[in-house]
Design a protein around this ligand. Structure first.
Ligand SMILES: Cc1ncc(COP(=O)(O)O)c(C=O)c1O
Length: 412
């Protein structure tokens, strides 16, 4: 007889043995005092007393989740329309707000149409799965560092795939050239890789796609809101929007709200709208969420002040890290700042020391989010991080580095 209970317990024990059991801090962000939050409890730190901490690992890049106009838009929509949408888009859940937001997204990315999903994860998984299932004999060519949601979409579609080495255009071209020119192909990439903070070589990818007759699917989740005109992302900043067939994004990071989307030409959007199970069979986004997403687009369309302030702080933090005693900082071509540690126990310890000794919250990033041996802190700032706070962060990190005898250790 199968012992369910032992099975689950053993699987969890495996995670403890490999030091990759996930502990969640009990954290409440303070709307009136960003970037601070209260930490009440941390399961890995029984001695932690409740305290106010500064947050250094949020994806709310522009601090828009706590922006007064966003909150107002959210609560106005709840008052006018209620808190839920009432159903799937097909049955009772398609509202003018959904259509307005889709129109705005199509404009933002210079595409004919857009389509909303419950999250960025669902947008990726559903779109890739549907393309892979329905296009006869299609093959995916994906970068080895794409997000889990893309991997699952490709895998679930059961279509054939080739994985090219990260950002290696020679490898991509070799793979493309080994395939029949007439065979349908989809290149799957991310504009800013979320853990390393580096950018895709988008121009070369567009050249190769045109040369070998392939479509491009681009995830812009970590770029929308903060790069490009009005937050349209890296493809827009590089003026490559027209050469990329499907641009995917979300609202939960730079735009400070919630939900995911794709933008593309009308045929592709109508195709995914009509065949994508993860779009059709799930309740649509609530009006308050859609309304705050529209407000985020308005705020970023009116002024680049938040983006400018954000990038200033990113550059300041990078310059301070470069000057510091921290050996394992390497500059990236984005706002994502990885500080490599290369050992899961030490990575957790450094994060815990920052929290206990300096009230700094920077969650460790361990396997399987990154490969074993490449454990790190992944640091982000927002326009709400003052320059003094950034100085304090770098000084605290240096002290923790020295305390852990990490000063002269080289990592991969
Ligand atoms: C590259 C990338 N794509 C997609 C997603 C999923 O987006 P969401 O959080 O809206 O589901 C994430 C989430 O972290 C991501 O990093």
């Amino acid at each position: 007889m199968f012992d369910y209970s032992s099975f689950f317990k053993n699987k969890i024990e495996d995670l403890f043995k490999e030091s990759r059991y996930r502990h969640f801090a009990h954290l409440e962000r303070l709307q009136e005092e960003p970037p601070f939050a209260w930490i009440y409890k941390h399961p890995a730190l029984p001695d932690l007393t409740p305290r106010k901490v500064s947050v250094w690992c949020s994806n709310d890049y522009l601090g828009l989740t706590q922006h007064p106009e966003m909150i107002q838009a959210h609560s106005n929509a709840a008052e006018n329309f209620g808190v839920g949408s009432g159903g799937t888009r097909n049955i009772a859940g398609s509202a003018c707000l959904h259509e307005n937001l889709e129109k705005r997204l199509a404009q933002l990315h210079g595409k004919e149409q857009a389509l909303l999903f419950s999250s960025g994860y669902v947008a990726n998984e559903t779109t890739l799965q549907t393309l892979g299932e329905k296009i006869p004999n299609v093959i995916f060519l994906s970068d080895e560092k794409i997000h889990a949601s893309m991997i699952h979409g490709i895998r679930n579609s059961r279509a054939e795939k080739m994985i090219f080495k990260h950002n290696d255009m020679t490898d991509l071209e070799q793979k493309l050239s080994s395939l029949d020119f007439d065979r349908p192909k989809i290149i799957v990439v991310v504009s800013i890789y979320s853990m390393d903070g580096n950018q895709a070589k988008l121009e070369s990818i567009c050249d190769l796609a045109e040369k070998y007759n392939a479509l491009i699917f681009l995830d812009e989740v970590h770029a929308v809101g903060i790069y490009g005109k009005g937050g349209a992302g890296i493809a827009n900043q590089l003026e490559l929007q027209d050469r990329i067939h499907i641009i995917q994004g979300n609202f939960a990071k730079g735009f400070g709200s919630f939900g995911g989307y794709i933008s593309a030409n009308s045929e592709i959007i109508d195709f995914i709208r009509s065949y994508g199970s993860g779009f059709i069979f799930t309740t649509s986004l609530p009006p308050s969420v859609v309304s705050s997403s529209i407000k985020a687009l308005d705020i970023l369309n009116e002024s680049s002040a938040l983006q400018d302030s954000f990038h200033k702080r990113v550059n300041y933090l990078k310059s301070k890290l470069a000057e510091s005693n921290i050996l394992n900082y390497r500059s990236t071509d984005s706002h994502i700042i990885p500080i490599h540690i290369g050992d899961s126990l030490l990575c957790s310890k450094i994060s815990q020391d920052l929290l206990m000794d300096y009230s700094i919250y920077a969650q460790p990033i361990n396997y399987p989010t990154v490969p074993q041996g490449l454990e790190r802190l992944r640091v982000t700032v927002t326009p709400n991080h003052t320059f003094e706070l950034i100085d304090y962060f770098v000084q605290s990190l240096e002290k923790v580095w020295i305390k852990n005898n990490f000063k002269n250790r080289k990592v991969a």
